[in-house]
Design a protein around this ligand. Structure first.
Ligand SMILES: [Zn+2]
Length: 129
């Protein structure tokens, strides 16, 4: 049989019984970051829809498509979810380094640019204060 290559979507070639989806996002860069993180953990993953998602060449009328990340080996799925949970933890920790207000000594979450209590601008606090 001759395959019409233009009509084969990448996710049609995959046996969905074998692979399990672990993550999807319209943000292709984020999906790729997660993919390389999991690969570093020796988890075999596959990306689908990456050519449709986040592609500047996609016509303006195209609906957003999520890039999807699949764990190839079902036996690795639990390991992959555990690794991914660790990954998100690390991400949110980095986003939430607390800082202490130099004026009122209040603790503030890292993503706050001003002290929630007295309004001091975090940028205005010099390292010598
Ligand atoms: Zn303050």
């Amino acid at each position: 049989m001759i395959w019409d290559l233009d009509n084969i979507r990448p996710d049609k070639e995959i046996s969905r019984n074998e692979m399990r989806k672990i993550f999807e996002s319209p943000n292709l860069i984020q999906v790729r970051l997660v993919a390389s993180f999991l690969q570093n953990e020796d988890i075999h993953v596959n990306l689908t829809n990456q050519h449709q998602a986040g592609n500047p060449g996609v016509p303006h009328w195209a609906i957003p498509v999520n890039a999807k990340l699949w764990v190839l080996n079902p036996a690795q799925y639990d390991q992959a979810t555990a690794a991914l949970a660790k990954y998100w933890d690390k991400q949110s920790q980095e986003a939430s380094e607390e800082w202490t207000c130099a004026k009122c000594r209040e603790m503030n979450p890292g993503n706050f640019l001003h002290c929630w209590q007295c309004g001091l601008d975090v940028e205005s606090m010099g390292p010598s204060s």
